[in-house]
Ligand binder design. Sequence first.
Ligand code: SF4
Length: 349
Amino acid sequence: MNIIPIFLPHAGCKRRCVFCNEYSATGLGRIPTKDEIFNEVDRYLAFFADRENVELAFYGGTFTGLPEWLMHDYLDLAMEIIKSGKAKAIRFSTSPEEITQRKVEILSDYPISLVEIGAQSFDEEVLRLANRPHGVKEIYTACELLKEAKIPFGIHLMTGLPGDSEEKNIRSAVEVVKLKASTCRIHPTVVLKNSTLESMYHEGKYKPQDLGEALNILWKMYVIISLGGVKINRIGICLYGDEVNNVVAGPYHPAMGELVKNWVALEILRVLKKRRGDKIILKVDEGTKQFFTGHKKCVLNRAKEEGMEVIFERASAPELNLRELMKIVLVESLDELFRSEVSGILLAN
Ligand code: SF4
């Protein structure tokens, strides 16, 4: 699936969340005109090898928070593009309190492939401190309304927000699985230029996670959510080109998703070391070998530093059940509070 993102910075937002500045994140100073959207579609199409499976995405604001006439305008414009054969469906991001019965009825007339709900957290205090325009109840209501209308939805989560903790992040990951979201995005909070968080950071009122702290939480969320049957679309904030320079502080990495998988591989090797000793022979296929090698061999290098010798032997069918091993390392790493609950939901999937 190829996605053409159309950014509508802060369009439809009734509040400014402390971590957000879509002008800094997108590099755009305003919403695009109709002609600019058509040009953007053609520009993206020129890069796609597969032009059959293309979706148009409205990101960067609160799509269903737009005045109804404007939301209709964008949806109708998307339909023009779809009817011309350049795209197949529409997806967008929005805030949960802007998903109402009335808006779901409007959306039902269009080919919506995914509504990405910006939940960020399932903790009331974290939402309040982030100046989110909704509480936890609105997240559940939005998901229920979309489920009833059979419109697929994804959930966006963040880590490292003011008032956040590992326990709260794990709770949010568990709720995503329980809600049976189709997809999930997770991004650790970074301090963006000209956001409220930037002032809080300079005044010493907010301390971002460092990369290690973020990864130590993200890998657990990754395992819970992916083994729970929810597709993870992306880990890490999506910044294009020069916008990376608008990150003032915090755990930004362009390949955050890879780093998270590398961390999972290392955790599994640590378990195997306990079971098999320092010399670990792995009978694996090519994909599994890459998983245990990691980005720029970082998993193997780290394993070596920890006294492990990892030897690969080629096998057509891998001896390891990665899914089972992921469950084991996850459950061992979790606080007592979550062990039985997480084991239960993973058993059900
Ligand atoms: S996070 Fe979403 S709702 Fe909050 S200001 Fe940014 S675009 Fe608007």
